[in-house]
Design a protein around this ligand. Sequence first.
Ligand code: MN
Length: 670
Amino acid sequence: MGFTKESIDSAGLFSAVKTKLGADALSLVTKAYEVAYKAHDGQKRLSGEPYIVHPLNVAYILTDLGLDEKVISAGLLHDVVEDTSYTKEDMIRDFGEEIANLVEGVTKISQIKSQSKETVAAENIRKMLVATIRDIRVILIKLADKTHNMRTLKFQSPEKKERIASETLSLYAPMAGRLGIYKIKFELEDLALQVLHPEEYQEIKKQVSSKKSERDGYIEKIKIILKQRLSEINIQAQIEGRAKHFYSIYRKMKLKEKTFNEIFDLRAVRIIADEIRDCYGVLGIVHTLWTPIPGRFKDYIATPKTNLYQSLHTTVIGPDGKPMEVQIRTQEMNKTAEYGIAAHWAYKEGKSNGTSDGNLTPKWIERLKSWEDSDLDPKEFLEDLASDLHEDEVFVFTPKGDIIELPKGSTILDYAFRIHTDVGLQAKGAKISGRMVPLRTELKSGDQIEIIADKKNKPSPIWLRIVKTSSARQKLRQYFRKIQDEAAIEIASSPDPVAPQISSKELELLRKNRSEKKKDKNKKVTVVVAGIKDIMVRLSGCCAPLPGDDIIGFITRGRGVSVHKSTCETAKKQTDLMRMVPVRWDGVNEPIPVRIEVKASDRQGIYLEMVECISKTETNILEAGATSSQNGTITAKFLIEVEHLDQLQEILDSLKALNNIIYAERVRTN
Ligand code: MN
């Protein structure tokens, strides 16, 4: 029986049940259908169709997953108790406790939404899973319910569509993955992608179909080569091309910052052998035909994944010189890869608690069981679950309880940019559970984050080092490019009385000098002089300006433009104002050395705390030292490498926040 995504009618369901489970299963399913039909009579879906279409399709998805007539019946009845006058007692009377409990479990999950908004997401997941511990089949029904709702999402309002799609992506799809039901996981992900990123979805779809004939031709070639070699050693195998689902292509592009072409060039082949030992035979042939890429071989047959997945994985350099991913597995393993736990879910008479036989139970279900009685704090629970569901991702909450998913290692600033570009650009800090934290704080799953934004706030170039996601980095770069362009236009268009003072001959000289002095240590720092970038500049030693400082420039004789802080006393004494030129820092600079001095009343451990303050901002310490004095104070001096004034400010602020600090300040570099 094929799996169809088209809407099915009762006849379609009955014939599928008969094919899968035999005629005996039909009486229960028919009875459930009749009760559901009557109970929902007169109700309509948003699509305008009679409501029964929904439970029918949910039941059909469950049939396809290979579940028994009780689960299929519960699927037909899953919305009856919640949405109609038919009660749980009626259901116990008509169908018995087991089916009534399954339906109650599904109903419970949908009722959680009315909780207070702050904790709804964490609480939601917790209750949902606690419900499944009693019977994992509840979650299979919920997944089928989600799948059909996602297929018919287009009838919902735009806001609701997005909310449901992102919940599906962050919760239900990973859950299907952990249960090994990749078929549902992939469908849910693609449906969610279509709603959340419609343009990317269409683009990927277009690209996939445009490369189809090329892909097919390649697979034909592989088939011929492999069949020949395999028949020599008497191994029967099916060879097929493997189309990646759209969401995995999308994810690869986002996470690994790859282009369409890099991803579509990737060849993927699946080989289905009859026996386990044949899988290893096939592997041997593949590795003799094409060179394996070291480190890419994985034996999930000997050590299956916790969700039961088994297969051999390898990547070789294919006949066209490009990498080819190969999966080798048996027919049965292939079925497990699609249907996961459902493929192994044997329900026997009198075995109502849904426990499968011993070693087939994934480890995480075991873990769920241990959670059942414990009174875990929802946050802790979520953290635990999240690390289980998403190995490379963290998921955190908005103040409203919406889930935001980010790559592991992301910071508060990444989160702010994910919420909205303006929130990112205006971010000053954040509160996690009411506690203020700096922008560079790494996110942990379960954190609920409130961004403190300030319209007057300006992004600092050091933010480029704080953000970990490419999208936040792109938004920042865009911002800096924009303000640089604006500054350039301003300088070019303002009738500046000073700039013309640089004669073209002088300019030429300054440029020449610069190229001759390539080893000048100042070359790392770019200062834009009167709108021109490649001018030789010298950061003056008297005030040692740092990127971010307000600066002024003076044209010197033969030594380029000397740059001072605008507050510099030496600069103020400069009388020849005609030599002054407008200067500004250019974007992000290489770090330059800055000296700071910290004085404190001496106490145990204070020096180490200072060092820690500096190094936690990822700042290089070039020199450090401290002297204690008779009067019980300690003076520490550090030479540190700083990229921008904001970075220095952050260090000085956090030093000042230590106990017993008398002052922390920047001192002259030489
Ligand atoms: Mn439903």
